[in-house]
Structures are given as C-alpha cells and as structure tokens.
Design a protein around this ligand. Structure first.
Ligand SMILES: *Cc1c(COP(=O)(O)O)cnc(C)c1O
Length: 398
C-alpha cells in the first residue's frame, strides 16, 4: 500500500475533521519516522507532544508487549494493581493527593470540571474562569472551557458556567469573579494558543487570589506535563502547587491515557462511588505502559535533559532570528518552543516537511517546535539547517 491508496480510503470512508498531508507513516524510532515509500523524516513535533520518549522507545514497547500477553482489560470495580502503582508514582512525582484515570486530555479536563462543580455544589458555586487562547479539548465541557470563538462556531449552545479572562492578566480574572465562581483553570504554558508562558508574578498572584476567594486553581498540564518544559511538571517552575492538575499526552507515549490529579487538601468527600467513571480508564494495558514511561523519564532524568537541550535549542532559535527578519520573537521553555513570524507560517511548515522536517504551525503565524526529550544535539543541528534553508528560500521568493 502507498500513501496515495491510504488517501483514497480516507476520502471515501473517514470524516474529514483534519487537514492532512498526503503522507502515511509506516514506522518510527526515536526522533525519526519513515513513510510507506521509505522516505525518512526528522520529527520535531512527535504526536503533538505525545511521544516524548521518541517513537517506539524500547522500554515502553517491552512493557506494552508484556502486559498485552498477560491481561489487557478488567473493569474498575476490581482492583487493578498497575493502576494503583501508577497513581502512587504520579503522586510521588507531583504533590500529595489522589488520581482518577481517563483516556485523553479532554476527558481529564471534563473530570476536572465535574470535580470543581461537585466541590462547589454545597456552596452553590459552579462557574469556572478560563483564559483567552486556551485549549482544553473538544468535548462539550472542555470546549466551553476553551476560550476560542472559532472552535465554538456551529456547536452552540455552548455549555454554560464558564467565564473568560485574559491570560497573564490578574486584573481581568478578578473582574470575572462573583459569588458563583468555584475555580480558575489554565495551562502554565499555553500550547495550541501559541506557546505563551505564564509569567511567575501572574501565577503567584493567582494562587494567592484563589486562596483568598476559596477558588480551586486547576492546571491543565496535558501538554506541559512529564518533563516537556524542563521540569517534570509545569507547576514545578513555581513555588506553589495547583489544587487540581490534568494530564494526558506524554503520560502514555502513544497509548491512550490521561489523569486527573487532585491535591490532598481537597481529595476527600468530593468524588464518591458513582460520581464519575470511565470504562477503559486506567486499565492494565495502559497503566503498565505508563508506568514504564514514567520510570524511564525519571531514570534517564529526561526533564533536566529537556532543560539543557532546551537552552541549546533557544540559542539556535536566537541565531536564526538574527539572520531572518521574518522572525518576530522566539519563546518557550525547555523543549516546548516556538518561533513567531511576521507572516503566516503554514508555507514554511510545509516547505520544512518537503525537506523531511516535521514541525507544527499554530495560531497562523507561530511555528511550534517540540522534539522528543530524547532528541540528540545532532538532530537539533540538522533541524535548524533545514529551517535556515527554508527561511532563506522563502525570503528569496517574497
Ligand atoms: C492536547 C490538549 C488537550 C486535549 O487532549 P486530547 O487528548 O486531544 O483530548 C487538552 N489540553 C491541552 C493543554 C492540550 O494540549
């Protein structure tokens, strides 16, 4: 089968929810991918942040295969020891509290929204404040939490109970608080919104505000989690903890798993038997795999690798900015980086792809660069050679 044959099947049988490239991948290893025609690609946006250990990491493959042979699924009305172990490991790596397992980022956020509402029910509070340019997922609750009008279009009525404030602007959050407010939810670094880093004064002010007004502070760490930003979690860049943290993407490195983590200060008496559930959530197959992911991350100290390689990447981006006037700003933390352009970035991204480099373009003018935490310096050098070439050629044709 060739990529063209796959494309034909898509056109006939798959709903067109994605704009797609005519490329179908057959295998991957580390930061490399090969398509059905055998062409090699350097992947600097592996699985939208999912494949943080690189494609087909041997420890992850090993754990997945082993577990698949033994037991893949049992329901949550029995004890699942891999799930219990994984919850323990996530808590030890983050903050004291408890975990609920889901299958995706949006489901983790749905769980957080339900958690906040149940928490506020006794005091009649249910409103959640979220930020401009946020992204929390595509299901109805998370979609309502996502403050981007273009994503709401056609899906009205949007779930009520959400108010929107401006990211990095504490005053605008204060303006949205009333006696119905129960929580504030945000990404410590906005991913889809264009790699916008929350500044630490804003966040520490927000933590204080939430304490004063008895609001839950919810961090969506679906994209920032598991070493991406140079620390194991985004909140670790600051000297406080959120009350709730949501996870997915890199937790499974390719198996569908997400998690809701609630701090011990609010962990009791909110979710009780029957409050919430997920048939697949935390089954033996995915939790055994995620255990191997977390173990590898910690053993290889990949968060600090993301920090040092992130600094290297930043130098490369700054050098590129010196050379190309079309680059307006370089931003990000760890291996979660972006180059913002003065012109639309789609053509640049596509030109990179033609030369075998995969990156992402978001919010029209922002090139998102998020290689695996296992990426090598040599691979970073190669990626920036390609970017340099592409920007050079684009300048010539303008
Ligand atoms: C990707 C993402 C989501 C949605 O995750 P899905 O697994 O696609 O549902 C939610 N929040 C953030 C910050 C994300 O980056």
């Amino acid at each position: 089968m060739k990529s063209g044959d796959v494309s034909k099947l898509y056109r006939q049988y798959v709903l067109p929810t994605y704009r797609q490239f005519e490329i179908a991948f057959a295998k991957g290893k580390g930061s490399k991918l090969w398509d059905l025609e055998g062409r090699e690609y350097l992947d600097f946006f592996p699985g939208w942040g999912v494949s943080a250990l690189g494609h087909c990491h041997p420890d992850v493959v090993h754990a997945l295969k082993n577990q698949a042979r033994k037991l893949m699924h049992v329901p949550n009305n029995f004890l699942i020891y891999q799930q219990a172990k994984l919850a323990e490991q996530i808590i030890k790596a983050s903050f004291p509290g408890k975990v609920f397992f889901t299958n995706s980022g949006t489901e983790s956020n749905e769980a957080a929204i339900k958690y906040a509402r149940k928490y506020g029910a006794s005091s009649g509070r249910y409103e959640i404040i979220t930020m401009s340019k946020s992204f929390h997922g595509r299901t109805m609750g998370s979609l309502a939490a996502t403050a981007q009008a273009k994503l709401h279009e056609g899906f009205q009525p949007i779930t009520s109970g959400f108010r929107y404030a401006e990211f990095n602007n504490l005053e605008s959050i204060k303006e949205q608080i009333n006696d119905k407010t129960v929580a504030v939810m945000l990404e410590p670094i906005q991913g889809e919104g264009g790699i916008n880093v929350a500044d630490s004064k804003f966040l520490s002010g927000l933590r204080k505000l939430c304490d004063e007004k008895k609001l839950l502070l919810i961090f969506d760490e679906v994209q920032t989690g598991f070493g991406r930003t140079g620390k194991l979690f985004g909140f670790k860049h600051y000297d406080f903890t959120p009350d709730i943290m949501t996870l997915a993407k890199a937790l499974g490195n390719g198996v569908p798993i997400g998690a809701l983590v609630v701090h011990e200060r609010i962990a009791e008496g909110v979710f009780t038997p029957g409050s919430h559930g997920a048939t697949y959530g935390g089954n033996p197959l995915v939790t055994a795999t995620a255990l191997a992911v977390l173990k590898t991350l910690l053993k290889k100290n990949l968060a600090s690798r993301a920090e040092s390689l992130g600094n290297y990447l930043e130098q490369k981006m700054k050098a590129l900015k010196e050379k190309h006037a079309v680059i307006e700003e370089v931003k990000g933390l760890g291996l979660m980086r972006a180059i913002s352009l003065t012109v639309p970035g789609a053509a640049i991204m596509e030109a990179c792809l033609k030369k075998g480099l995969i990156i992402n373009c978001t919010q029209d003018k922002i090139l998102r660069i998020m290689p695996a935490l296992t990426v090598s310096k040599k691979e970073i050098d190669r990626a920036f050679e390609i970017l340099d070439e592409v920007l050079q050629e684009a300048a010539v044709t303008v």
